[in-house]
Design a protein around this ligand. Structure first.
Ligand SMILES: Cc1cc2nc3c(=O)[nH]c(=O)nc-3n(C[C@H](O)[C@H](O)[C@H](O)COP(=O)(O)OP(=O)(O)OC[C@H]3O[C@@H](n4cnc5c(N)ncnc54)[C@H](O)[C@@H]3O)c2cc1C
Ligand code: FES
Length: 325
């Protein structure tokens, strides 16, 4: 009979660690993690994403590679705390800690066309995933017009970084506290009025924003690419959870996208599918909040823009219901 020596046998959770080397907070809900992963940094291309697990019991969540540094061997994720896992990560992910799992780069890289004049549009958190595309278009010799939108000036992030790879830069806020007052569609309209020769628009943000961008360019017949964020489970084309309607075809965003022709996307279907597990998500959030309360931990971190959050002891995660189709 074979005996197992507990001293020499590798423990189940002894695997590669994905160390967090930088953490920044842009607002009370948006934070950046820079993670050491030389191979991922080498392979990553604009538009691709990773699937991460915070801990052994954690849910797998897809996150876009917002930046990569091949020399440093790091990738950057910008995350919005919207539910159980992203809020749990907001507390747990501090410099020096590690993610339990990360797979990628996944998805088809964004097609960086030979367009000569491009408008790159980012709405809110969408500013982060559209940045690598703006940079790639600039590197390919295109004239790049950046249009970014936020609810107000306190939520603005990466404006300098984005501006650095743009020939023109338009910032829009809902309340007019920075740049022009209005939605990113106002910025697109301004860009089109000034430049009748725009070849392509790339828009990333909430589905309703991408829908508005696609409508703003449709009459002008400007090619418009969007990046879709349906619910994903395996990320390998096996579960069908991420199916989206593109014209008269059904596609899986994880393997056929996530970038698609915005004029063909059925955004209403996407938004309906995104709301499908609202109740299960609320239950998972409530159970986790209760666990935090029992362990005397903050369920959500306070708004301290620019500051790192206090470290908390490790907690046992509450597994949220599987998001299957
Ligand atoms: C290709 C892709 C790239 C993404 N990139 C980013 C990113 O860079 N930064 C970021 O903050 N978020 C990104 N998301 C969304 C992110 O995956 C979800 O916000 C996250 O899974 C929510 O998990 P939760 O437990 O915190 O919230 P939940 O309570 O589970 O959900 C809150 C809301 O998030 C959405 N959501 C939930 N699960 C998923 C899922 N598996 N896939 C997609 N959406 C989901 C739903 O609309 C839901 O209403 C991306 C999604 C996709 C598909
Ligand atoms: S997440 Fe795309 S098919 Fe499962």
């Amino acid at each position: 009979m074979q005996t197992i020596d507990s001293k020499t046998e590798p423990k189940r959770n002894e695997g590669p660690k994905f160390e967090i080397v930088t953490r920044k907070d842009f607002s009370d809900v948006t934070y950046l993690l820079e993670i050491r992963h030389p191979l991922m940094a080498k392979a990553a291309k604009p538009g691709q994403f990773v699937i991460v697990m915070l801990n052994e019991h954690g849910e797998r969540i897809p996150l876009t590679i917002a930046d990569f540094d091949r020399e440093k061997g790091t990738i950057t994720l910008v995350i919005q705390a919207v539910g159980k896992t992203t809020k749990e990560m907001q507390i747990a992910c501090q410099v020096g800690t590690s993610l339990y799992g990360m797979v990628g780069p996944m998805g088809i890289p964004s097609p960086i066309s030979h367009a000569k004049k491009v408008v790159c549009v980012g709405g809110g958190l969408g500013v982060a995933p559209v940045f690598p595309q703006a940079r790639a278009f600039k590197e390919s010799g295109a004239y790049v017009i950046g249009v970014v939108g936020f609810r107000n000036k306190d939520l603005v992030f990466w404006d300098d970084k984005f501006k650095a790879c743009c020939d023109e830069f338009i910032i829009c806020t809902d309340d007019g506290s920075a740049g022009i007052k209005g939605l990113v569609t106002e910025g697109i309209k301004q860009a089109i009025a000034k430049h009748p020769d725009i070849d392509e628009v790339v828009a990333i943000g909430p589905p309703v924003m991408m829908k508005g961008c696609a409508e703003a360019t449709r009459a002008h017949k400007i090619k418009t690419m969007v990046s879709l964020n349906p619910l994903m489970v395996d990320g390998t084309g096996m579960c069908g959870g991420c199916r989206v309607k593109i014209g008269d075809q059904v596609k899986f965003a994880c393997v056929d996208g996530p970038d698609f022709d915005g004029h063909k996307v059925d955004f209403d279907d996407l938004m309906t599918r995104l709301r499908r597990y609202t109740q299960e998500e609320r239950i998972a959030m409530d159970r986790w909040t209760e666990t935090c309360r029992m362990a005397n931990l903050p369920a959500a971190t306070p708004a301290v823009p620019g500051a790192s959050k206090p470290k908390g002891p490790a907690r046992k995660a509450v597994k949220s219901p599987a998001k299957n189709s």
